[in-house]
Design a protein around this ligand. Structure first.
Ligand code: KG4
Ligand code: ZN
Length: 331
């Protein structure tokens, strides 16, 4: 018998709901919050208020797009951690209320595990074991996946995330938030070797990105007026090149250390076209099998929560109605 799951994601500034039947995603509805743009970053209080406004219409749309009635749902899944506590709370409370009123099991999902498992949504799936470079606005990790629910972080950032490196550098260039996609856009027309920014020397498989932002800041402070406008493409290309280099050097090291050559990518930064192209080229060069999720499953979305919940459902890994969200949670 097939299993229908309704999943909710509300960890940061996207309100999303998805319905899956077994491993097949029937709908994945995402409401972006534009209210943060003028503040240059996500404002937690505004994010939770926007989630409260969005959650009912978003869940409705996901059910309608999937052509599924609420009473036919077998389980309700939600993002429990990590994220902004007020944002998480909206999704958690909504999921709990639904589970209580429908008398259905509740499944708590870890947002970062879900980013990794986004790679299992489509038919072109990696086989186990695989490595996943998860790069988002809040996290940068290399994960070793031995099975859907056996995931181990083998490397991570010691300070800023890769997405923060994109967004903070973009801010220094006067670009609006979130700057990652804009750097990607301008970089396409620029020379990645035009300017050189410092790369950190960090042990093993860990990353550091806080130095890059300082390096960009000091470089820009020495430049004459109008420099940024005149060189925006080259600046974006060079910053993007540095971030990609830092990421892929560590990924290469992880392949060498583990011997695992199935390589995936996940998280919002995996939407970056330069990173996607460089990873594919690297895969071809070193004989890796490279997997990249569809764009809509890279940034925050509930489909990745749904697929993770499907595996948890099979394991009967349900949680109590007394469950609480957690801003920071290890796996
Ligand atoms: O996974 P995600 O949607 O949310 C978090 O869980 O953080 O990732 C958001 C991050 C932001 O830092 C955003 O600038 C970055 O992903 N991002 C990109 C691109 N698209 C989104 N960074 C570089 N290039 C892109 N095309
Ligand atoms: Zn995310």
């Amino acid at each position: 018998m097939s299993t229908i799951i309704l999943a909710i994601e509300s960890s940061c500034d996207e309100t999303s709901a998805s319905v899956c039947v077994d491993r097949k995603i029937l709908s994945n509805f995402i409401a972006n919050q534009t209210v943060h743009e003028k503040y240059g970053g996500v404002v937690p209080e505004l994010a939770s208020r926007a989630h409260m406004q969005n959650i009912v219409p978003v869940v409705d749309a996901a059910l309608k797009n999937a052509n599924v009635e609420l009473q036919n749902i077998d389980a309700i899944a939600f993002t429990q951690a990590p994220g902004l506590i007020g944002s998480l709370l909206v999704g958690v409370q909504f999921a709990k209320s639904l589970a209580l009123s429908l008398n259905k099991p509740l499944i708590a999902v870890h947002h970062m595990q879900a980013h990794v498992l986004a790679n299992l949504i489509d038919t072109n799936q990696p086989s186990f074991p695989f490595l996943c470079l998860t790069v988002s606005g809040g996290h940068t990790q290399i994960v070793l996946a031995k099975s859907p629910l056996d995931l181990t972080v083998i490397g991570q950032t010691i300070d800023d995330a890769a997405g923060e490196a994109f967004d903070k550098s973009a801010k220094l260039l006067g670009l609006p938030y979130p700057g990652g996609p804009l750097i990607d856009k301008y970089a396409k027309e620029g020379n990645p070797l035009a300017f050189k920014f410092a790369e950190p020397q960090i042990a093993e498989l860990d990353f550091s990105f806080s130095g890059l932002k300082t390096s960009v800041l000091y470089f820009l402070q020495k430049q004459p007026e109008g420099f940024i406008e005149a060189n925006i493409n080259d600046l974006c290309a060079s910053i993007q090149y540095t971030i990609i280099n830092i990421l892929l050097k560590k990924l290469k090291k992880a392949v060498q250390l583990t011997g695992v050559k199935n390589v995936c990518i996940a998280g919002g930064v995996s939407a970056n076209s330069g990173l996607r192209n460089s990873l594919m080229a690297m895969g071809e060069k070193h004989n890796w099998k490279v997997y990249i999720p569809k764009f809509e499953y890279c940034t925050d979305n509930a489909a990745m929560i749904a697929i993770t919940a499907f595996y948890k459902y099979q394991n009967k890994d349900f949680c109590e109605l007394s469950v609480n969200p957690s801003a920071r949670a290890s796996w």
